[in-house]
Design a protein around this ligand. Sequence first.
Ligand code: HAM
Length: 414
Amino acid sequence: MHQKADIPQIDYWYYIENIIKEVLQTYGYREIRTPAFEHTELFVRGIGETTDIVNKEMFTFQDRKGRSLTLRPEGTAPVVRAFLEHNMSRENPLAKLFYLGNMFRCEKPQAGRYRQFNQFGLEAIGSQSPLIDAEIIQASLEIYKKIGLADLKLIINSVGCRKCRPKYLKALKDYFRDRKELLCSDCRERYDKNPLRILDCKKKQCQKEVKNSPTIFDYLCEDCKNHFRKLREYLDSLEITYQVNPLLVRGLDYYTKTAFEIISGELGSQNAIGGGGRYDYLVEELGGKYTPSVGFAAGIERIVSTMEKQAVRIPSWEGIKVFVATVSSEDNSSALKIVKQIRENGVSAEMDFLDKSIKAQMRLANKLNVSYVLIVGQEELKEQKVTIKNMSNGQQEKVAISKILPYIKTSQEE
Ligand code: HAM
């Protein structure tokens, strides 16, 4: 176990990725790997033309045949594309999938916001039950917990459906009509294109106007109301604490009913460590039949950053156990064979590849902080032996080549 300063970044990544895979396997989610880029059309239709992602943040380019391609800004639309292309519903009425991968958004880089970043995400395609919303939330919180993160907040909302949302949008527009001039320039544009997004504008002048705006809860249809009530009931029975925030609307247009975000106080202005929700019409939008679905994704860099700030301790690479040193280059073949034998038995071993003198090899072994140095020289080889130096107490002993492993393993256990 190490403290923050010693931990190479890659150890955090291995640690996080292993936990994601372990936890999601216990929930029955299978990994899916989709390409890094897709036809631009997929994201325009999937995420929505009026969103910031599609309008301003996509890395879009033409291939040699003039087709428009885009580096994936998120994982949900590609997973749904793959779900349709491979007819996954035929095998299973509920496809439970997860992914890990890099995403690309051409945003202004700042702490916690990068143009290339990594997400893990999970998608459950095919169920309309709020039970699966609860499962997705539970699985993501369990991953954060196993990673060792504390003080995360779950915020939930319902953003309605095709039936009730238009009524709410009309009410919002009616309300903001006379206040339009008081909103920021982005929100004045949102008024026409996507009034829901005014609700989560971070600018003070807009937040002031939003305060008394109509709330979605007065407009939800019976189906959406029941869905949200059931979800809260399931979260309560799982003893998951949450806050309901009717202003949580999320930045992607495909959401229906449940929307949620998990935030960390440690992250400053980019405080969402993950977010998700239901997207009941996305499969249809992308050419399939009505297939209600729900999912979640989290930014791995933001997880690492929260871990560092909370000084989460993780097991890290133990380094090299054994260094096999040679007295002269004549001993190289024998050393190579000995290293191979040690590694094949699951013990890490290194040797010299730079023609160093035996003294320099001993210095290197010291630097690598190995537990044992094996000295291979002609004299010992004649007796089919090597000299083993125990680096913790400096003791040296001649040991038969065939006994090297039992020797190392038993003295390790002592
Ligand atoms: P999102 O909220 O856009 O949702 O992104 C999910 C998470 O990715 C964010 O909460 C954040 O942790 C991380 N993230 C987003 N943008 C950046 C960035 N520029 N730099 C670093 N981290 C970032 C989605 O992407 C949806 N596909 C989630 C989903 C899955 N909904 C349903 N299924």
